[in-house]
Design a protein around this ligand. Structure first.
Ligand SMILES: [Zn+2]
Length: 584
């Protein structure tokens, strides 16, 4: 009898030791951030190991590697779904999906640690389990940067003790690379984004522009640029809902304080997230985008908790509004069918001002002991709350007529990789043919004089268009615009759009002449050309009379005649992507 009792005690003991209590599980899954002093961020290895352990134990969590990064390691995505289903095609039929990106700027590591806490708490059930929302996170996006761990590259930031570096393995800022895609990281992101097709996208950052009372700021994708009912929903429902939810939980949040080395009181405008930025890119497919920007002068512990609070609130809001968001996004798939023009440039609408009840610190301009020149100094002993003008309405300053299709001439096929990874539908021209199309000539552009993100980008680009009969070669690409990726096409293929492939130097060879003329020989031909063409001759005379410099330069005059002759290069400044307009 005694022996039997002993055995049953032993079995009970074994059973007990195999089934840890929830409290024990919390201990078992403490993150490096929690195990330290609150001023440590997990290393790359610790982060991935942590998620692998979670995925092994909890059927609601899955980890998978997707694509490469420049450092040679794969990206990962970790998914939490209460149903344990990780087939995105199936998931999106019934649930809303939030994609959270971390460590794009590894010195801004808050999101890496906050997401670990969030997924752990969801797994353990210490946080309400979302039934209608699925969470996906990229634990570390800039892996090369995270592995470049140091304690000095965020000179003014208040923790953590050690962190990664902003540039990736090849020193690219990944938050400028979503369109030009110089890095494998960006190519893999496109793969992940189009696999997951998130309804909401969150990119976790840390901000540095000014001092103020808030730990948290939000940088939503610009709502006018987003446009339509979804843009309104973002501005009038999602943002206020997030602000209220966080305010109720003791986390005041304000729009991203878009100033540098000046006080915010005089007002500031919303940040315009062009498609080169993460949320600007995800907007192209109607994903509601949010960059969380915590304030770098607040203690690390507080920033991580704040980032956690934003994501928690966003889950709660998505649980409530997910159905509406999904419905609006579904409707948005065909909204372009009502568009005629597409805005490619934006400016602040100064007639529309939002008043923020801003909680800042008074600042003084003192004389610097270092430079003996005026310097800005915030005084945290003098907090204030006052109305501050916030310019968060933008209006288009330039638009283009939307073509029915674009044609990329044969020879520029390397652009196909970009189209493919962004799931653009196109067909290949099967045989040589000619047709009427609109052709652009690059009329004007400026070029940065110093490198920017591996390029010497162009800007202030202007085009001149003309109708022409274009000869198309077999192998060229025919790209209809009536497809979900229409905004991607317009933003990349319209040369005057800020993040166009033209502005990112993809078409630079057309900007250089390959042939020319020798003035001492061309003289005689120029004379013949003028003699033969009365109209040309008249224009030439008029230009001589109206333009003094022209009249004084023999070379410029000959050049003008050459330019207007059949000998001029047809390919010079001629953009090799043609536009087929509606009705053509
Ligand atoms: Zn950042």
């Amino acid at each position: 009898m005694r022996i039997q009792l002993l055995i049953s005690f032993l079995i009970a003991g074994m059973f007990w030791s195999c089934q840890p209590t929830p409290e024990e599980k919390v201990v078992a899954y403490k993150t490096p951030f929690e195990l330290g002093t609150g001023n440590e961020t997990a290393t790359y290895e610790e982060t991935i190991d942590f998620y692998i352990r979670l995925a092994k134990e909890f059927p609601e969590i899955n980890i998978q590697s997707i694509g490469e990064t420049d450092i040679g390691l794969p990206l990962h995505i970790v998914t939490f779904n209460s149903d344990g289903d990780f087939n995105f095609q199936k998931i999106r039929e019934k649930k809303a999906i939030i994609l959270i990106n971390n460590g794009i700027h590894p010195g801004e590591s808050d999101g890496i640690d906050a997401s670990m806490l969030l997924f752990r708490d969801l797994a353990l059930g210490t946080l309400d389990t979302p039934q209608n929302t699925v969470l996906v996170t990229i634990p570390v996006y800039n892996i090369g940067g995270v592995l470049n761990r140091n304690s000095s590259s965020r000179v003014n930031q208040n923790g953590p003790a050690a962190y990664g570096f902003r540039g990736n393995a090849r020193n690219y800022d990944l938050n400028r690379d979503f369109i030009k895609t110089d890095t494998k990281n960006a190519a893999s992101f496109a793969q992940i984004y189009h696999l997951v097709e998130p309804d909401i996208f969150v990119d976790n950052h840390v901000s540095n522009g000014a001092d103020y009372q808030y730990t948290l700021t939000h940088l939503f994708t610009q709502h006018n640029k987003f446009g339509g009912v979804l843009g309104e929903f973002l501005n009038e429902e999602l943002q206020p809902a997030l602000e209220n939810s966080l305010g109720g939980a003791g986390w005041d949040i304000t729009p991203y304080v878009n100033v540098f080395n000046r006080v915010p009181e005089s007002g500031f405008s919303q940040f315009m997230d062009l498609p080169r930025y993460s949320t600007g890119y995800t907007t192209l497919w109607n994903t509601l985008g949010l960059m969380v920007e915590t304030h770098m002068l607040k203690p690390y512990n507080e920033r991580v908790q704040g980032t956690y609070a934003v994501m928690k609130s966003l889950i709660e809001i998505t649980e409530e509004k997910g159905k509406t968001i999904k419905e609006l996004r579904k409707q948005a798939l065909s909204r372009h069918q009502h568009w005629t023009y597409y805005p490619i440039q934006w400016k602040v609408d100064s007639t529309r001002v939002t008043k923020l009840q801003f909680k800042g610190y008074e600042a003084d301009t003192l004389i610097s002991e270092v430079t003996q020149l005026p310097r800005l100094k915030y005084d945290r002993d003098r907090p204030f709350q006052k109305p501050v003008p916030y310019y968060n309405y933008f209006k288009p300053s330039d638009s283009v007529l939307i073509p029915r299709a674009y044609i990329i001439q044969k020879g520029w096929g390397h652009l196909q990789d970009h189209l493919d990874r962004n799931q653009i539908v196109y067909s290949t021209i099967q045989k040589d043919t000619s047709m009427a199309a609109e052709v652009y000539y690059i009329e004007e552009y400026k070029t940065r004089t110093r490198p920017y993100e591996g390029h010497y980008p162009h800007y202030n680009t202007r085009v001149r268009s003309l109708s022409d009969t274009v000869n198309l070669k077999e192998g060229g690409l025919w790209i209809p615009t009536d497809q979900p990726g229409i905004r991607y096409l317009l933003e990349t293929l319209e040369p005057a759009a800020p993040d166009s492939f033209f502005n990112w130097n993809y078409f630079d060879p057309i900007l250089q002449r390959k042939e020319g003329f020798s003035p001492y020989v061309f003289e005689d031909l120029a004379r013949e050309l003028l003699n033969e063409n009365k109209e040309l001759s008249q224009q030439f005379q008029e230009k001589k009379e109206s333009d003094e410099n022209f009249n004084a330069s023999s070379y410029r005059q000959l050049y003008w005649i050459y330019e207007n002759s059949p000998y001029a290069e047809r390919g010079f400044m001629r953009y090799p992507v043609y536009r087929v307009l509606q009705g053509e």
